[in-house]
Design a protein around this ligand. Sequence first.
Ligand code: SF4
Ligand code: SF4
Length: 646
Amino acid sequence: MKSEDVKVRTIYQDQRIAEEFCNFRCDYCEGFCPSGYSIATDNEGNLKVPAEWHDKIHSLPDKVKVFFEQGRTMNQFYQLANEVMKETKKEVATDILKISGGEVTTNGQLLEFVKSIHQQYSMIQILTNGLNLTNDDLDQYKQMGNVTFQVSIDGATAESNYAKSHNALVTKRVLDNLDYMIKKGLGVEINCVLTKYNTDKFLEFLERFKDANDFMVVPRPVRGKPREVIDFSTKQVLIFEQQVKENFERYKKILPPKEYIDRLIEMMKTGKRNSYCYIPFFVLSIDGYGNFEQCPIGLMPRKRQNIIEGTVEKNEILIHSNYQVINNYQLCEYCIVQYEMLNLYVEGKISKEELRRMPSLNSDMTTMHIDEIKQDIIMKDLKKQLEGKYEIKINQIEKNEESTDGNVFIITSNSNKKYVIKVYQTKEHTKEMIKVHSLLMSAGLNVPKIISSKENEEYGTLINGNYFIVYSFIKGKQVDYDQKTSKLDSNIVKAIAKTLRGMHDITNGENKCHLPGIPFQNENNIHRYSVLHFDMTRKNIFITENNDEKISFIDFDDAKYGPSVCDVAIALANLFLSKTRGTDMDGINQFIEEYYAGDKELKSEELPLIKTLALQWVDYILEGNDFDTSTTESFVVRRKLIEKNL
Ligand code: SF4
Ligand code: SF4
């Protein structure tokens, strides 16, 4: 079940407020043209704005204009932002409210503002240049319990911060504030812009903060027009690469994962981004006037969608519905920021633990929501591939809740045809599955058929680096116990035994599918080896719909190569011995008789091995799984029944 079904989910609401006003004049400031705006106020508290601001306001909806009818004090900008947040909250469930300007601390009432809203979100992240904060402010932010910071600073010295400020005292003050934040245990992400002033001095920055907890320095290149003047040199990039790579272990506590560093360096060297971006699936960017944007960095406008005006269409609030993953938008070409960690997580390149090292993302609930969105993205990708490469028009994709690994999906096409999709983590496992199914199919066994793409590919690759195979859907039902006797019908028992023997005979001999061996000790005197299903449970045994006792085995995910008798032992333990139904001795005998079918020599050779193998299998299952108490108990009882009756 999804954590919250009623609203559209975003992880970050990237909310700008009074975005034109800042107390800095950084050389690389991109979007906010600070030169025409001033935080100095007239007698009425009105902020100074250029003529273009009035043009902008005139083009905005009346419901937005009304906020500035009496003037343009900081208070009016924040009242408007408050309304934007209130209206957005009605439609969107947000984990982290990230507030940024301009510079939000230019509002003298920021602390009170944050106090008034912080309980409505799991976390508040404040993006600031860090100058205006006082220790008393920081104490109070800490007391709120859910406030973290993103601080823009480019190094540990005035020289490194030259693009930010030419005043050494400013840098010192920000560094002091950072020390206090760390001391107070406020989570901090550093937004470090790499320029010609600091790229080769990154190590001194890391050394300064190497012991900090809940702290991450995220470097990114300067972008846009300022690159022409303050970009790093090729030599500086090489120094940066060497310094970070050689010292990664020393500083990894405060650095982003290695995959981020590799991607950053590649971009710095080539000037190009070579991967797709999924950030708009996780971040809803809204400007200070209530306009929804497609991307928090590119600030791409959508067709006008203003939450105050009420022109945000419900099914287009978030990107899930209409965002096309792009990497050809001009700004994407040279874009990498702290949100890239979400891209790396979607691609399966960093783990959940690595993702959670970002102070703003270190929460069980937030990572659960990230996983939900990630799953949506993967499903969207799967759907696109099935429609494009397999020409299967999808009507519905459903996760098979019965699958223990959560890797099985049932697809229904527009023409009502069903398919099973299985997702595998490694190419090796995927290829094993292709070999097993192809071998069994070609020998006439009734197993799911592998459906190839129109280019004849037997598997596909998903954006998260996993692989998938499309299988035919076996029409039939799981074999089931008779309601009165609680036993399997004897004809079904015989059919299962016969089919299993058939499978073992077909695959007897060398390990053609290159499957792994069984995970427990082998008896040296076993001679018959074959493919093993290794998960012979009732849920993996189907009987065809017309009840002609034609048996199908599905789910070869655990398949192994080993002594055939091992599958016999697993089948007996699973089908005829249980905590609720006790022991079905008749079933066991029927199965054995049918399986060995008069082959007395083989039977006398293998029968004495069944008990030991069944016990080894139960122990292996119990050791390898973290079951709940009742499942554990059922295996413990099964073990006792094996000891007693096999
Ligand atoms: S602190 Fe941020 S908003 Fe202010 S001038 Fe620098 S980059 Fe621009
Ligand atoms: S790469 Fe950057 S500009 Fe492009 S969509 Fe992602 S965040 Fe936006």
